[in-house]
Each structure stands twice: as structure tokens, then as C-alpha cells.
Design a protein around this ligand. Structure first.
Ligand SMILES: [Zn+2]
Length: 457
């Protein structure tokens, strides 16, 4: 199969120019002006941007949490991602206590096989670190699972102590892997949660009020300090608080390889959402929680000036019906997470590029190039170049979309941005040379995505 996309404006992290892209099989082979190749299909992209397919390095599909399972599996979740212009995800496989990492990988590989419609990799969540598990880390890195996520929160479930965290960091110094950190002080949060419940404070907003910004900042600082002592890079996931961003900025100013992502929910939603009537605040129960509205400007500045290097989604949807409602009468039982895999590119384009907070190049860098580089997928993913995978989004900068749970494709009964109109959306989406979304219709197939073996730093 050959595909020729003509008359588009090609956007990468560094370039912006009018050009044609020729695709043979799964790869981009030629880029030029007025290409005269014959192709099986020609797409006229006049007036459109050609963007590298989005790379979302933080998703939780088919993930058990708090007695239920995230509502999107690898089929519905990756189809929704494709509609939104994302062609690569890195999801999290979870090692539960007493299990091997290999068992966790097998379990998640089965969840994805035959279902994923776009390419995917895995980070490995480590909850139990032994000598044997450290050896397994080396083996996984060789097999293309080159990043590990550790938790400083959820004591008794996911949390590791500082000694284990330090051990794991040291190990990446020799195997070339990267540690991703959920940075919140879980011990402090647990005490605050117990105290709130004892005082009869059970509404959803107390989820946020028991997870202070300083608990995130403290853990962010500690994570970076541990990585500094281990002399390895570190990547902070879903950074939400201005106080935590200060810790990353301070470290980067000292020249440390500290990296961090934020997510659209922290850029477009705020603590005020928890004050919505009744149990509605449960829609926004996620960790870390939404922060005061003033934080948004700080995060945008962090994105513009490279103290934050990526925008991912932390997509982890739970329906209000029968899932979020587990926590009626006890906010600590509300499943943590919200949908976002489909709306990332449009939200960030509309709220970031259009008002001039970030440039078009920076938009591509934050949503594709930089995460691909940090997680060993570049230049196969994250750019438009000869030899790269033909993952391309024909993006219509003028297309208006009203975000609504009913018309989006995520398998969840609400949307945190319900009713918000965004300008700028994917029109055609190409994944490894195949058109998988064509004018709003999914034309790919479940199982069309492949496991991505990622490289080391
Ligand atoms: Zn997450």
C-alpha cells in the first residue's frame, strides 16, 4: 500500500513548512514539494496541518483499582485515542505484591493482544522490590520495557519505601531504564484521610482537601533528591501543583536530569469542580487532585519554558454509575481517575496554541516528540521524517467540536469537559501507513496495533 498526502502544512517539534508526504507500507519514505508519485490513495490536506501521531505515555486501560476496573479496555481505549489523534500509548502493567514482573507483563500483554488499535508499550509498575525483581528489571529493559513506575503514595497497596525507591533508581543507573514517579506523600495523606472521615467529612471534595499541594511538592523534592544521589534521571508523572513544579524547576536549574509531565485536567479544570452539587465532584476524583485555578497559568509557563516536558492524560475512566458511586458516603472509596485519552490533542491545541500560550511546534513537542524521546520511541515515533513510522494526523485547525460523553468514543458515562467547545481536531489519522480514522469514522481494526519494544536512554 502507498499513500500520498499532499498540500498539507507539515509540523514537527522544530519545522513548519508546506509539503507532501509519501508513505510506502508502514513508513514515511519521501517528503518534498509537489511530489509526483503514484499512490494507491491520495489525501488532499489543503488547509490542514500534518502532525506526528500523538504519543500518550500515561494511560490505564483495563486496570483493576479499588474493587472495580477502568471502563476502557485496550479496544475501546485505543479507538478513542485514535479518534483524538493519538497513535501511540504507553500503558502501565502492574506487579502486585509477591508476583514477578514477568507475570505482570504477561497479564497486560494478554489484555492488549488482539484489541489494541494503535501501537502500545508498557511501563512496569513495581510494588514489591526484591533481588530477584531487580534482576527482572534488567531482563525487561533488554526486552523493550525500559521504564518503571514507582509510587510514593497508596501505602499498603502500591507505595514503596525510600530504600526500595533508591535501590530501583540505582538499578536504572546500570540497566539504562527510566524511573517514573507518582510523587505524593502517602503517609501524610492517609493520616489526613482518616482524620477527615472521623470528623464526618465524606463528600468528594475531601479527596482534594486531604491531598495538599505540599504533599506533592515534598514527594517531588524527595524523588528528585533520591535520583540525584543515585546519579540517574527521573520522570515525575502527572505533576499538578505549582509547589511541585517549583521543585522540578529548581532541580533543572541546577542541571539535574529531572523531567515531568502534566495532564490536560490540571490545565483546564480546577478545585472549583469539586464544589459542584451533590456527588458530581466525584467525576474529578483523581490523584493528584485538581488544584486552585491560579495553578493553571503556572503550569502553562512550565510547559512553555521546558520545566515540564510532556502532556499525557493519565486516562483512567470510571463511570459515575456503579463505579464512582462506590464512594457515596466515603470519598476515600471513589475510584481515582478520569477519562482523557481522546480529548488531549484538541484541548491543548485549543487552549494552548490558539491563545498563544505555546507555539505550534511546542504543541507537537509536548504531545509527541518529547515523550517519544524520553521513553525510547524516537525517531520511530514522535516526528514526521523519512524512515519514521507513518503515524500522521491530518489536523483541521478550524474544526469545531463540542465535547460530550455521548459523541466521544471513550466507554464512560460522563465527560469532565462536557459542553466545552474546542477548535482544532483530527480529521484523518494514519497509523503505520493505514488510515484508521477517516473523517470521524474509525476504519482501523482491533488488534491492528503492535507492541513497541522501546530503547534505553
Ligand atoms: Zn496514572
Amino acid at each position: 500500500m502507498t499513500l500520498l498526502i499532499t498540500h498539507g502544512t507539515i509540523v514537527t517539534a522544530t519545522d513548519l513548512y508546506r509539503g507532501d508526504v509519501f508513505i510506502e507500507g508502514e513508513k514515511i519514505t519521501t517528503i518534498g514539494t509537489a511530489l509526483a508519485m503514484q499512490a494507491d490513495r491520495v489525501i488532499d490536506a489543503t488547509g490542514k496541518y500534518l502532525l506526528p501521531g500523538g504519543v500518550d505515555v500515561h494511560t490505564h486501560l483495563d486496570m483493576p483499582f479499588g474493587g472495580t476496573t477502568s471502563a476502557d479496555d485496550f479496544e475501546s481505549g485505543t479507538i478513542a485515542a485514535a479518534h483524538g489523534g493519538t497513535t501511540t500509548i504507553v500503558d502501565f502493567a502492574i506487579q502486585y505484591k509477591g508476583q514477578t514482573l514477568h507475570h505482570a507483563w504477561e497479564t497486560w500483554a494478554k489484555k492488549a493482544a488482539g484489541k489494541a488499535a494503535i501501537d502500545y508499550g508498557f511501563h512496569m509498575i513495581i510494588t514489591d522490590l526484591s533481588d530477584q525483581v531487580e534482576q527482572e528489571m534488567d531482563a525487561l529493559v533488554r526486552q523493550g520495557i525500559t521504564s518503571f513506575k514507582l509510587f510514593m503514595a497508596y501505602p499498603g497497596v502500591f507505595m514503596l519505601d525510600d530504600a526500595s525507591i533508591f535501590q530501583a533508581l540505582l538499578r536504572t543507573g546500570t540497566n539504562g531504564g527510566t524511573i517514573c514517579m507518582h510523587a505524593e506523600n502517602g503517609g501524610v495523606i492517609d493520616v489526613l484521610v482518616k482524620r477527615a472521615l472521623a470528623e464526618g467529612k465524606t463528600a468528594p471534595k475531601y479527596h482534594a482537601l486531604t491531598r495538599p499541594a505540599r504533599a506533592e511538592a515534598e514527594a517531588t523534592h524527595r524523588a528528585i533528591a533520591l535520583a540525584e544521589m543515585a546519579d540517574v534521571p527521573i520522570y515525575i508523572v502527572h505533576l499538578s501543583a505549582a509547589e511541585a513544579l517549583e521543585m522540578v524547576a529548581e532541580a533543572r536549574d541546577r542541571g539535574l536530569p529531572a523531567f515531568a509531565e502534566t495532564c490536560p485536567q490540571y490545565l483546564f479544570l480546577s478545585y472549583d469542580n469539586y464544589e459542584e452539587p451533590g456527588f458530581e465532584g466525584a467525576r474529578y476524583v483523581m490523584s493528584p487532585p485538581l488544584r486552585p485555578k491560579e495553578t493553571q497559568d503556572r503550569l502553562w509557563r512550565g510547559l512553555a519554558f521546558n520545566d515540564l516536558q510532556a502532556i499525557s492524560t493519565d486516562h483512567c475512566p470510571f463511570c459515575m454509575k456503579e463505579q464512582k458511586t462506590i464512594g457515596v458516603g466515603d470519598f476515600s472509596k471513589i475510584p481515582n481517575g478520569a477519562p482523557g485519552i481522546e480529548t488531549r490533542m484538541s484541548l491543548v491545541y485549543d487552549g494552548g496554541v490558539r491563545p498563544g500560550r505555546i507555539s505550534l511546534n511546542r504543541f507537537v513537542e509536548l504531545t509527541a516528540t518529547s515523550p517519544a524521546k524520553i521513553f525510547g520511541l524516537f525517531p520511530r515515533k514522535g516526528t514526521i521524517a523519512p524512515g519514521s513510522d507513518a503515524d500522521i494526523v491530518v489536523f483541521d485547525p478550524e474544526k469545531k467540536v463540542r465535547l460530550a460523553a455521548k459523541t466521544l468514543h471513550m466507554r464512560v458515562d460522563y465527560n469532565p469537559y462536557e459542553g466545552r467547545e474546542v477548535t482544532g481536531a483530527a480529521d484523518i489519522v494514519v497509523s503505520r501507513g493505514r488510515v484508521i480514522v477517516d473523517g470521524g469514522t474509525f476504519t482501523g481494526r482491533a488488534g491492528g496495533g503492535s507492541f513497541l519494544k522501546r530503547s534505553t536512554r
